[in-house]
Design a protein around this ligand. Structure first.
Ligand code: SF4
Length: 249
């Protein structure tokens, strides 16, 4: 199967099966989404959704968060990963929003990345989810699943994956493809043990094709060896029986 064919099947399948895929993070405004995405780095969306209601209630605006301290923010996010750093990032991000961006979340990916705690992945999420920009954020799920399916080739960094996805995916599917890949990676194409046997897209997955071809070849080889052994055993027994027969004559 060629790469363009794989992309075609990918877009057709998910457009039909998950036309409304969205982020599982809970938020009510671009500011809240920015906070949630910063917090979600190396943490689960489920955990983030547990801490954000109280956090959003205490810090409803960039001004209020900017006027706070990382120590106070820490108390609200202590159960997420890297709470110390993230608390500092949130306060720093809010300060910059207030001082540089007039308390509005910027739409430009470069502007977004100027803020503490905002890397390329977070910036792409905000740009695509909030501003409908033709961008795709590459997190660990997107990275792994794209490679496994065969949407990317020899892409060893998130940026390389992003570039290949942007090159091949139709522009109007970039934002939603991010969610398709994340959800597929979270529930089916799991890092340690992908559920290939029940995966609905195995028929166009490169990893599946390769691993199952290898397995089939190994099985065929084992069967061949078994038959050769059995034949040898049979021949040896025949020989012995012939000799015994000769001696008894
Ligand atoms: S067949 Fe397996 S490796 Fe391929 S996408 Fe499905 S779960 Fe992932």
């Amino acid at each position: 199967m060629t790469k363009p064919e794989r992309y075609k099947h990918f877009v057709e399948y998910f457009s039909k099966q998950q036309p409304d895929a969205v982020t599982e993070l809970h938020y009510g405004s671009p500011f809240q989404l920015l906070i949630a995405v910063i917090l979600s780095a190396q943490c689960t969306d489920k955990r983030i959704n547990q801490v954000t209601p109280a956090l959003f209630e205490r810090f409803p605006t960039p001004e209020i968060l900017a006027a706070s301290t990382s120590d106070e923010v820490f108390n609200y996010i202590r159960s997420v990963s890297y709470p110390n750093n993230k608390a500092k990032h949130l306060v720093g991000m809010a300060k910059m929003l207030v001082e540089v961006f007039n308390s509005e979340v910027p739409s430009d990916i470069n502007d977004l990345q100027k803020m503490p705690g905002v890397g390329r992945k977070t910036a792409n999420v905000i740009a695509s989810v909030v501003f409908d920009a033709p961008a795709i954020a590459v997190d660990t799920h997107v990275f792994r699943v794209s490679n496994r399916i065969g949407l990317t080739t020899n892409a060893r960094t998130p940026l390389a994956v992003e570039k290949q996805l942007v090159l091949f995916l139709p522009k109007d599917t970039l934002a939603i493809a991010h969610h398709w890949l994340i959800l597929h990676g979270r529930y089916i194409c799991i890092a340690r043990s992908p559920k290939c046997e029940t995966c609905p897209i195995s028929w166009f997955c490169k990893y599946y094709e390769r691993t199952h071809t290898e397995t089939a070849l190994l099985k065929a080889e084992a069967l061949k060896l078994k038959k050769v052994k059995e034949q040898k055993k049979k021949n040896a027994l025949n020989k012995i029986s012939k000799e015994l027969k000769k001696r008894s004559e």
